[in-house]
Write a protein that binds this ligand. Structure first.
Ligand code: NDP
Ligand code: 2IT
Length: 450
C-alpha cells in the first residue's frame, strides 16, 4: 500500500460521517504520491498524517434573541488548520449545511490555496449553521455580534484573520468588525473584506470573480485561445458569480446563465449585469425577480428539474464557471458540458466538481482550472488588504487589480510548471496540489515537531 493510500484509508474509517472532508482529502492525496516517491522526507516526517489534522478546532455556542423575543441557539466554529507559512486565514460561512466536516473540507483546501498565492498566510475556515435567509437586518446584526462574543479571543492581525464566504459579505463583516472593536477596544485588521471606510481594500469585493476569469484567460492563452467571443455558463449569483460575470464581459465573453438555490436563469442575450446586481446586491431577492425585470430570460426552478441534475450545465457553452457551492457539477453534468463542446472550466466555488467529474475533465484534455488555484484571487487580495492595514495605507483599485492579475498569472504558471515537472503537462489538479503542498510541508519540517 502506498503512503498516500494508507493515510487515506485511516481517515476513511475515522471520518466516515464527514463525506465532504474525505472528498477534499482524497482529491489532494490522489495526486501527491509521485512527490512522496521522489522525496522520502515527507513520509519520514509523517507530514501527511500531520497535515490532515487541524492544529485546533474551536467550537462554540452562539445564542441570540430573534425579533419575536425568542432565544435562538446556533453552533459556531473556527478551524485553525495550519499555520506553517503564516497566520491563519480563511472565510466564515453562514449556511444551514455548515458542520465540522464541511469546515474541515474548506479549511484543508484553504491551506494549499493560500500557499499557492505565494503570500505568507496559513489555512483556516469557520462559520455557523445559522441560516441568514428570511432573517431581518437586526437579527443578522445580533447574530454577528453574538458570534464575535465567542470568536474575538481567538483572532488577531498576526494570529487569525477571517473573511467572508457563503452568507458573509460586506454587511456581516461590518457587524463582526464593530463587535470586535467594542469587545476589545482595538482598531485593527482582524477581518478582511471590510468596507472601504474602515480599512477595506479596493477590489477585494471583485477579486475572487475577477481572479477566476484571469485564471481561465491564462489557461486559454497557453492554448493559443482566449475568452473573446466565448459563450459562458456561470452558476451562483452571489459575490463570486457577480464579479465573474462582470469580468467575462470585460474580456469580450458572453455569460448566459446564473443560478441561486431556488432556480436558474438562461438569458440568451447575455446576463444583464445591472439587473443581477440590483436583484442580488440591493434587493437580496430570488432570481424570479430577474425574470420579472428581464421577461425574455428563461427561469427554471430547481423543483422542476430532476433530482441531482443541474440546468445551467445543460446549456451549450464554450466555457463554464461554477461559482455557487460544493458538488454542483457531477459526472453527468461534466459529460453534458463536454458533449456540448465546452473547452474550459474554471472553478470559482470551493470543490464544485465531484471527483469523477474532475477525472472526466482531465481525461478530455480541456482547460480545467481547479478551485484552489482558480479561486485563490479572493484570499490573495485579502492578504493585500492585510498588507495595506499593516502599512496604514491604501492603494488604488488599479494597483490592487494589477497585483491580483499578476498573482493569478503566477499561480497558473507555477501549477502548470509543476504538472510538467511530474510528467503530467496540463494536469493543473496535480500541479496545484503538489505546488501548494510542497511549501507548507517544507515549512513544517523546518519548524520541527511542535
Ligand atoms: P454568496 O453567499 O455571495 O453566494 C452564494 C451563491 O451560491 C448564491 O447564489 C446562493 O444561492 C448559491 N448557493 C449557496 N449554497 C447553495 C446550495 N447549497 N445550493 C444551491 N445554490 C447555493 O457566496 P460567495 O459568492 O462568496 O461564494 C460562492 C462560492 O465561492 C462558495 O463555494 C465559496 O466557498 C467560494 N469562494 C468564495 C470566495 C469569496 O471571496 N467570497 C473566495 C473563494 C471561494 P442563494 O442565494 O439562493 O442561497
Ligand atoms: O474560500 C476562500 O478562499 C474565501 N472564502 C476567502 C477567504 C479570505 O480569507 O479572503
Amino acid at each position: 500500500m502506498t503512503y498516500t493510500s494508507k493515510v487515506l484509508e485511516d481517515l476513511r474509517v475515522r471520518h466516515s460521517h464527514q463525506p465532504e472532508f474525505l472528498q477534499a482529502v482524497e482529491e489532494v492525496l490522489n495526486t501527491l504520491q509521485p512527490l512522496m516517491d521522489k522525496e522520502p522526507k515527507y513520509e519520514k516526517n509523517k507530514i501527511l498524517e500531520r497535515i490532515v489534522e487541524p492544529e485546533r478546532i474551536i467550537q462554540f455556542r452562539v445564542e441570540w434573541i430573534d425579533d419575536k423575543g425568542e432565544i435562538q441557539v446556533n453552533r459556531g466554529y473556527r478551524i485553525q488548520y495550519n499555520s506553517a507559512i503564516g497566520p491563519y486565514k480563511g472565510g466564515l460561512r453562514l449556511h444551514p449545511t455548515v458542520n465540522e466536516g464541511v469546515l474541515r473540507f474548506l479549511g484543508f483546501e484553504q491551506i494549499f490555496k493560500n500557499s499557492l498565492t505565494g503570500t505568507a498566510i496559513g489555512g483556516a475556515k469557520g462559520g455557523s449553521d445559522f441560516d441568514p435567509k428570511g432573517k431581518s437586518e437586526t437579527e443578522i446584526m445580533r447574530f454577528c455580534q453574538a458570534f464575535m462574543v465567542q470568536l474575538y479571543r481567538y483572532i488577531g492581525p498576526t494570529i487569525d484573520v477571517p473573511a467572508g464566504d457563503i452568507g458573509v459579505g460586506g454587511r456581516e463583516i461590518g457587524y463582526l468588525y464593530g463587535a470586535y472593536k467594542r469587545l476589545t477596544t482595538r482598531y485593527e485588521g482582524i477581518l478582511t473584506g471590510k468596507d472601504l471606510n474602515f480599512g477595506g481594500s479596493l477590489a477585494r469585493k471583485e477579486a475572487t470573480g475577477y481572479g477566476v476569469v484571469y485564471f481561465a484567460a491564462e489557461m486559454l492563452k497557453d492554448r493559443g485561445d482566449s475568452l473573446e467571443g466565448k459563450i459562458c455558463a456561470v452558476s451562483g449569483s452571489g459575490n463570486v458569480a457577480t464579479y465573474c460575470v462582470e469580468k467575462l464581459y470585460q474580456e469580450g465573453a458572453k455569460p448566459v446563465t446564473i443560478s441561486d438555490s431556488r432556480g436558474s436563469i438562461y438569458d440568451p442575450n447575455g446576463i444583464n449585469l445591472e439587473v443581477m446586481k440590483q436583484v442580488k446586491e440591493v434587493e437580496r431577492a430570488s432570481l424570479t425577480r430577474y425574470k420579472e425585470l428581464v421577461p425574455e430570460a428563461v427561469y427554471v426552478p430547481v423543483a422542476d428539474y430532476p433530482e441531482g441534475k443541474h440546468y445551467v450545465w445543460t446549456v451549450p457553452v464554450d466555457a463554464a464557471f461554477p461559482c455557487a457551492t460544493q458538488n454542483e457539477v457531477n459526472l453527468e453534468d461534466a459529460r453534458t458540458l463536454l458533449a456540448n463542446g465546452c473547452k474550459c472550466v474554471a472553478e470559482g466555488a470551493n470543490m464544485p466538481s465531484s471527483i469523477d467529474a474532475i477525472n472526466a475533465f482531465l481525461a478530455s484534455g480541456i482547460a480545467y482550472g481547479p478551485a484552489k488555484a482558480a479561486n485563490a484571487g479572493g484570499v490573495a487580495t485579502s492578504q493585500l488588504e492585510m498588507e495595506q492595514n499593516a502599512g496604514m495605507t491604501s492603494w488604488t483599485f488599479e494597483e490592487v487589480d494589477a497585483k491580483l492579475h499578476q498573482i493569478m498569472r503566477n499561480i497558473y504558471r507555477n501549477a502548470a510548471a509543476t504538472a510538467e515537472e511530474f510528467g503530467q503537462p496540463g494536469n493543473l489538479v496535480l500541479g496545484a496540489n503538489i505546488c501548494g503542498f510542497r511549501k507548507v510541508a517544507d515549512a513544517m519540517i523546518a519548524q520541527g515537531v511542535i
